[in-house]
Design a protein around this ligand. Structure first.
Ligand SMILES: NC(=O)c1ccc[n+]([C@@H]2O[C@H](COP(=O)([O-])OP(=O)(O)OC[C@H]3O[C@@H](n4cnc5c(N)ncnc54)[C@H](OP(=O)(O)O)[C@@H]3O)[C@@H](O)[C@H]2O)c1
Length: 421
């Protein structure tokens, strides 16, 4: 049985999995344990003994922070870029998310050694058990751990016994709540940087969001803080690089009304339906772009806004598209944006009396933000959103997505736990 498939589980915090791991592998790799002096062995398909030895030495010499200026040239020649994909070890955090699972599949299909960090109960409201997670992330080595606890995460990565070359983070708060955003979009993502660097990572690919250009929400501020620290790291450490991916809207965020409209309800939009626009991108297309960031020299130390193919679409155009596909006469319900402002005002007032309502107020602001702000590049010269300046990538269109949802429903396109993000 190949050791590179997701039927292999590592969990340093579960006695059950710990002993599973040791009994399963130690007899086969006892030689490597002795050579490397690393407490746990790892499959030969992941690393050879000379790499284990090198890794053992690197661990004794922690990565130092130098004061040299950022060097794309140094990053280009960094060792993992010259390796064959199968020798490149990529740690993926947020591997069980809407985008993360596609990223894992894409990286696996490109031949990389993927180590996917996951929770024992993953997915929306923790609905997926370990078995389901392993199935979903087939082809990757799944390591059950806790990204919110640095010590735990470091122990988990150490237990793998292999150096890490690249970290890819698709982590995000599942709720968008105030505390959870800081805990995940900042702290847990930072933990993955610290743990990854400790075990050799010299490149970090971050899935961020285009909306951080105009930060009015807590999760945007949390993401921006991490982005800034990532850039600083590359600035201070010439051998370290990053790619920050800032996508426009995901399909799941635009599909919420498809089944309602199919059932005869009107398409609801704010203002005249032209307040905001986006260039939606599919999960496979975005995953492919993120995978390009692992080795792509043109993506080193870059902030990369990215949208899907075709022109930018306003809610009005999305609604018209939907009615056209259904062969129905368009029926719109136009809601004044002021209604949201009123609701947010009330919630903001209530939060002052009941601080526990801070998340409810934040969700209101999130709704308001996406009702009025375009998910396009904000042109610094004009201060306006620009469809022309928003790069396109991939081949999947929103129209094809709507057709699929009309045929098959929204399975796999569920929103997060507060139904906004
Ligand atoms: N929605 C959009 O239109 C849009 C547009 C542009 C950018 N984005 C950005 O894209 C990013 C990814 O979005 P997504 O929809 O793929 O996210 P998602 O489906 O909500 O996935 C979030 C990932 O983070 C993990 N995570 C969350 N809380 C955790 C915790 N407490 N402990 C451990 N892991 C935790 C989840 O693990 P579990 O499975 O265990 O929960 C999951 O793997 C976000 O940063 C978002 O802002 C979204």
């Amino acid at each position: 049985m190949s050791l590179r498939f997701s039927s292999h589980v590592f969990n340093p915090h579960s006695a059950k999995h710990h002993s599973f791991f040791l009994t399963r592998f130690s007899s086969q790799f006892i030689k490597k344990i002795q050579v490397s002096s690393i407490p746990y062995a790892f499959p030969s398909s992941i690393v050879n003994s000379s790499e284990l030895y090198k890794f053992g030495r690197e661990k004794q010499n922690p990565i130092t922070v130098s004061s040299t200026t950022p060097s794309v040239e140094t990053a280009k020649t960094s060792s993992f870029r010259n390796k064959n994909p199968k020798e490149v070890n990529i740690l993926v955090v947020g591997s069980t998310g809407y985008i993360g699972k596609f990223v894992v599949n894409e990286l696996v299909s490109r031949g990389f050694n993927v180590i996917a960090i996951a929770r024992e109960k993953s997915g929306i409201r923790g609905k997926k058990n370990e078995e389901e997670t392993l199935n979903e992330l087939r082809g990757a080595n799944v390591c059950f751990s806790d990204v919110t606890n640095l010590e735990t995460l470091e122990k988990s990565v150490e237990s793998l016994g292999v150096p890490i070359d690249v970290v890819v983070s698709c982590l995000a708060s599942r709720t968008g709540g105030v505390k959870d955003s800081w805990k995940i979009d900042y702290e847990a993502t930072r933990n993955s940087l610290v743990a990854g660097k400790k075990f050799g990572a010299s490149h970090f690919v971050l899935l961020s969001a285009i909306c951080v250009q105009k930060p009015l929400l807590e999760f945007q501020c949390a993401k921006l803080k991490f982005e800034a620290e990532l850039m600083k790291e590359a600035e201070e450490n010439g051998g370290f690089s990053y790619s920050i991916v800032r996508p426009t809207a995901f399909f799941k965020s635009l599909g919420g009304q498809v089944e309602l409209v199919k059932d005869g309800k009107p398409y609801v939009m704010f203002g005249d339906g032209k307040l905001c626009a986006c260039k939606p991108i599919s999960e496979p297309d975005l995953a492919s772009f993120i995978a390009d960031c692992v080795l792509g020299e043109d993506k080193i130390n870059k902030v990369l806004p990215i949208g899907g193919p075709g022109k930018a679409l306003t809610p009005l155009e999305q609604g018209e598209m939907l009615f056209r596909l259904l062969g129905k006469e368009p029926k719109f319900l136009k809601v004044p944006i002021g209604i949201m402002d009123f609701g947010i005002g009330v919630l903001d007032f209530l939060v002052k009396i009941f601080p526990s309502m801070e998340d409810a107020a934040e969700f209101g602001k999130i709704g308001r933000y996406y009702a009025a702000e375009s998910m396009l590049v904000l042109d610094p010269e004009t201060g306006e959103y620009s469809a022309e300046k928003t790069p396109s990538y991939g081949k999947d269109t929103l129209e094809e997505f709507f057709e699929r949802v009309l045929r098959e429903g929204m399975a796999g396109q569920e929103l997060g736990e507060q139904t906004i993000l």
